[in-house]
Structures are given as structure tokens and as C-alpha cells.
Design a protein around this ligand. Sequence first.
Ligand SMILES: NC(=O)c1ccc[n+]([C@@H]2O[C@H](COP(=O)([O-])OP(=O)(O)OC[C@H]3O[C@@H](n4cnc5c(N)ncnc54)[C@H](OP(=O)(O)O)[C@@H]3O)[C@@H](O)[C@H]2O)c1
Length: 289
Amino acid sequence: MAEEGPPPPQPARAQAGTRDGATALAGQVALVTGASTGIGRHLVEGLAGRGMAVAGLARGGDRLTATMAEVAEATGARTLGVAADVTDRDAVASAVEQVVAELGQVDLLVNNAGLIDAAEEPLWEVDPDEWWEVVSSHIRGGFLLCRTVVPWMVLRNSGRIVDLASGMSVRARPEYSAYSVAKTGLMRMTEALTGALEGTGVRAFDVAPGVVDTPMTRSMPMWRGFEDWTPPEKVVELIAAIAAGELDAWSGRFLRAGADDLQHLCAVTPTGAARQLRLQPYGDDDPLA
Ligand SMILES: NC(=O)c1ccc[n+]([C@@H]2O[C@H](COP(=O)([O-])OP(=O)(O)OC[C@H]3O[C@@H](n4cnc5c(N)ncnc54)[C@H](OP(=O)(O)O)[C@@H]3O)[C@@H](O)[C@H]2O)c1
């Protein structure tokens, strides 16, 4: 992709500020990783239903192809499935190249792909390769996607990145050490990216989806018997609002589907380190306060 150079800048097609998602997003292009099931699939459906062309990535090509075809059929939107492991540098480069060649550009990148610890264990009991694979799926994956897609956004002075966060981004669970490390690291990546993007029209966000009923949560003993699932539409609604530019004031910060009220978020301008990861002082006399 880099050899061919970026496509010529195109006029902004989204109208940020409108609450009519379909109007705001029609004609935009989304790239969603981990698109074949769970939250990724809900995002593909929801964004396509709002008029976006949607490209999806996942490792398993058959399930991905079927998902993208079903969504295209149901919504009439343009979809594209590209099988790739987000931790594979060359695969990510060629996948993004294909997306740009076929859909023209990426307006919204959603770093959603990732793994969870295979069992609830203290970190010293986890197989080192498995532990690292979980961390890598979120961090190397998010990093490779960003380093491939963001330069094109910067050239167009427009684009938004959403990194899927979690309650474990801000508080570790001892039995999910790899996932906790991964999700906190991804938040740091969003913050570092946001700082580096200052002065450009490109923005990055952390979105925690709540607790959505997916293959991932079904595999986690801690959610056995849980029923108070976050409706996936809440995640879609929040990310669609980000794509439409309604939440730009929250760039570099953490939002939570199912807990945050969209209208309220639109009315608030966060300041300082609100909704960012920081060390909490033990009191006013803490020298690090
Ligand atoms: N569900 C929740 O309540 C919840 C809560 C907090 C945060 N999250 C976050 O939300 C995101 C989606 O979660 P989910 O519950 O929908 O997960 P899921 O049901 O396990 O789906 C994961 C998706 O990612 C793909 N994937 C996994 N590893 C990949 C890799 N290395 N390269 C490319 N694709 C990969 C999978 O397809 P293949 O296996 O075919 O690659 C699948 O499409 C994750 O980042 C998760 O941490 C979820």
C-alpha cells in the first residue's frame, strides 16, 4: 500500500452533529477487526445498517465471508471480508491494502479483535506462549492496524479510531492477568495516539462495551449464570456516534456502553484527566499528587 501512495483527499462526507446516524454515516467506510462473531459482527450489522461500507477482518475466513455476505444481503450495504491475523504484520498490510483498493479509504477503524485468557489462573500458572498470545492479540494487533491505517487518515486530516476497552483496562482481575495487561496497554496506546494526533483531524477513543453475550463471555467462568447482558445495540449506538463526530470532545478518553448516556456525553466537555488512566494519590500529602 505504501508504495502506491494514498488516494487523493476526498471531501468530508459525514455530517458530525446530526443525530440521524444514517444521514451522518452514509458513504463512510469502516474497518472492523474481529468482525466474524460477537461484538464485531454486531458492529458490522449496525454500521452497515446506518449506510457505511464495512470491511471486516478475522482469522477464520469461512465464518467471516459468511458474516459479511449475510450483512450485505440484509442491509444492502457494501461489505468486504478479508481474512487476516491482526498480529501478522504482512497480513495486516495486505488486508488494509485490499480494503483501500476496494472501498477507497478508511474513515473508522475499530480495533475489536482479541483473545481472553483460556482459563482463570494466577499468572505464574499460565503457559507463557498462551499468555503472550492474548496480550499480543490486543496490543500488537491494535498497533499494527493503527500504524497501517492512521498515516492515511492523517493525510486526509480525517478519521476516527476506536479501541475496544474493558473494565479490566482500569482494574486488573487476578485470574485474567494477560487480558488485564492487554486492555490497559491498549488504553495507553489510545492516549499516546491521541497526543501524537493533536492538531490533525484524526481522533482515537476507548470504548468499553459493558458485558455483551458473545462467544468470549460465554467462555469465561466469571460470567456463568450472568443474565444482565448489555444490549449490543448500545455498543453500536456509541461507536456510530463516534463515527459521526458527535463525541470528538471525548477523544483519548474512556466511554462505557450501557452506562454512559449518549445525550449526556454530547452535552459534556471533559477536562483534565477525566476518564483517563492515572495513579491515584493516597492523600493531599502524597508527593505524587
Ligand atoms: N463481550 C464482552 O462483554 C466484552 C467486554 C469487554 C471488552 N470486550 C472486547 O470486545 C472485543 C470483542 O469481544 P467479543 O466478546 O465479541 O469476542 P469474541 O466473541 O471472542 O470474538 C472475537 C473476534 O475476534 C476475532 N479474532 C480473535 N483473534 C484474532 C486475531 N489474532 N486476528 C484477527 N481476528 C481475531 C475472532 O475471529 P477468529 O477467531 O476467526 O479470528 C472473532 O471474530 C474484544 O476486544 C473484547 O476484549 C468484550
